[in-house]
Design a protein around this ligand. Structure first.
Ligand code: FEO
Length: 169
């Protein structure tokens, strides 16, 4: 059983996850335009992961007896000053997502809704991993600085990423 307030908050987080997919597709387009196909591919895979996150919320809302409410969102940022600033922007977005997951968990705790807390646990762990992976790339870009060869090596490395669908649930 979900309160109206929890259904609203779960729908809002579903929007944040689907928006993340849209934003990372925009970032993929930016890296394509910079002739960095490996980083563009990494971002596209990130977008695919975010779609699965949004779908997890969709499925949970339905299973828990709530009503899904797909919401609109603003145009994402499409242009960045540099690869470094694109990743600075991305990690700020992930920090926003972490805060919003934590607020949702606080609400589920306040309402003593155990099912929502257990559902959200996966996302709490996932956000630690997301911030760590974006943070690591950001550090590498800081070290690379103006070294074009270093940037091409990073492009090769990130191009190796493959999409792994998360476990159901
Ligand atoms: Fe699903 Fe990167 O937040």
């Amino acid at each position: 059983m979900l309160s109206e307030k929890l259904v609203d908050a779960l729908n809002e987080q579903m929007k944040n996850e689907f928006y993340s997919a849209y934003l990372y597709m925009a970032l993929s387009g930016y890296f394509e335009s910079e002739d960095l196909p490996g980083i563009a591919s990494w971002m596209r895979i990130q977008a695919m992961e975010e779609l699965t996150h949004g779908e997890k919320f969709f499925n949970f809302i339905c299973e828990a007896g709530g009503r899904t409410d797909l919401r609109g969102f603003d145009k994402p940022e499409n242009q960045f000053a540099s690869p470094l600033s694109a990743f600075e922007f991305s990690i700020k977005h992930e920090q926003f997502v972490t805060r919003s997951i934590n607020e949702l968990m606080d609400l589920a705790k306040a309402e003593q809704n155990h099912a929502v807390q257990i559902f959200l646990q996966w996302f709490v762990t996932e956000q630690v991993e997301e911030e760590a992976s974006f943070g690591l790339i950001l550090k590498k870009l800081e070290r690379i600085g103006d070294d074009g060869n270093g940037l091409l090596r990073l492009d090769d490395e990130l191009g190796q990423r493959v999409f792994v669908p998360p476990a159901a649930g």
